[in-house]
Write a protein that binds this ligand. Sequence first.
Ligand code: AMP
Ligand code: MN
Ligand code: MN
Ligand code: MN
Length: 294
Amino acid sequence: MGYIDLHVHSNASDGTMTPEEVVDCAAKAGLSAIALTDHDTTAGISKALAAEKKRRDAGLFAPAVIPGTELSCSWFHDGKETEIHILGLFIEPEQKDFKAFLEDMISARESRNSEILRRLAADGILLSMEDLTEGISDTVITRAHFASALIKRGYVSTVEQAFKRYLASGGKYCPLKKTVEPKDAVSLILKAGGFPVFAHPMRYHLSWREIEALTAELSGAGLQGMEVYYSSHTAEQSRRLRSLCRLFHLLPTGGSDFHGAKKPDIHIGTGYGGMRVSDLLLKDIIEFRANSSR
Ligand code: AMP
Ligand code: MN
Ligand code: MN
Ligand code: MN
């Protein structure tokens, strides 16, 4: 049996490795497949696919690269807003509506980032674009990048301080982000030929009741998978999520949420060390997709 990792970041978003390095790292770990799932972008996919091909052409072992993305969404429920992530596996990056959606989100982000820079500068806190990108072009700048830059420039000493003082969304320095509802993200992923997955359901501080309500809502929109196996999930959590999958006819998926040196304790394929995701899950997904396109 082989092992896979269906949730991996590169420096196309907030991972530290290039897509090529991610592919090499997965090969070294002996994984038979990985999904590149950078936040709100598909920019790394062509590089990862090229790296896979290059290894194969050179007669080297290579993981199959599945083009993916991880969309940040806002779920409005019970009078509160919760950030929810939806993974899209097997996405077609060039699909018209999907591409337009990502471009729209990225341009909204760019305006927000400029506004944060402007508001900080007005209070004498000076950061440059270069402080944020750290020389990586094509990267999606998030508040995490602002936190690193604020530390590097000596305005704060910890990430926590940076978020508390300067980066609260909707606070003095940081406008609210343009959002998409998770059920609309599911529809967009389906439209782009993708397989929509409810990412790391335990990470949102929701009750099981709320997780069930959200799963029901997403199922109504065509959700197909749930991330049952994840670096921080306990065996009991995975078990409960598996029963939720059965209830809503979802296929289980699994991934580490690898970010390279940014989250050094999370290893590709094994998470904190104990996670293993069987390639049989991927076989089920591929079979399901073949059957539903017939
Ligand atoms: P954005 O999408 O620009 O709102 O930024 C999201 C990024 O900021 C993600 O990488 C989060 O993990 C990170 N983030 C959000 N809130 C915090 C916090 N309180 N402490 C540390 N990181 C945070
Ligand atoms: Mn991330
Ligand atoms: Mn996530
Ligand atoms: Mn992730």
